[in-house]
Write a new protein. Sequence first.
Length: 98
Amino acid sequence: MDVNRALRSAAATGTVNLGFKETLKAVEGKKAKLVIVASNAPQTAVEAITAAAKKSNVPVYSYQGKNTELGPACGKPYSVAVLSVLEAGDSDVLQLAK
């Protein structure tokens, strides 16, 4: 599967929360179906998100690229360190949870 294509499709046709605060809220509210973390996300953010995701039983996927690559992969012109997928839309991005 092409992860970047799946992310772009999810951002365009589904519901995706970008950023640490929005992702943490979605995970704690049990709305997130998948969390994606960039390889260079701040360690404190990764630890907080991972702990919350474990509690809420939400899978966490480690994106192989940096935050400067994850943002454009979602079709955004800025960097994104953490995001959550609430609805996949036409994307098969939730297969990353396996």
